[in-house]
Unconditional design. Structure first.
Length: 116
């Protein structure tokens, strides 16, 4: 069966006698990923809410969550550490700011050091 637009997909329903009225449907929209040369990523250290453990935080990625996951997986592998990607951020366990900045520059991303 193909996907069909049903009544459940409609948002902001207004009953109207206007013959040209169109319903608005909820659509899942994901941002298009910018090429690496147009991205500016901020690399910083973070210890907040992590029980005193240091993590390298990469912020500012604009694009699809799958592309963010792929970048995170690549950085984790190159640094040989664990971490995760969520809420548009990449977290790597430990202080790897210099290595991450070098890797990002090699991949074509622009990066800046943020904070201490």
């Amino acid at each position: 069966m193909g996907k069909r637009s049903g009544k459940k997909d409609r948002v902001n329903v207004v009953y109207s006698t206007d013959p040209d009225f169109n319903y608005e449907s909820e659509e899942s929209f994901e941002e298009e990923t910018l090429p690496p040369s147009e991205q500016l990523l901020y690399v910083s250290l973070d210890r907040k809410q992590r029980k005193g453990k240091t993590v390298t935080l990469i912020e500012g990625f604009i694009g699809a969550s799958d592309d963010l996951s792929d970048l995170g997986k690549t950085l984790k592998g190159k640094c040989g550490v664990g971490g995760n990607t969520k809420d548009g951020e990449i977290l790597l366990q430990g202080d790897h700011r210099d290595k991450v900045m070098n890797l990002l520059n090699e991949m074509g991303y622009k990066s800046k050091r943020k904070g201490g």
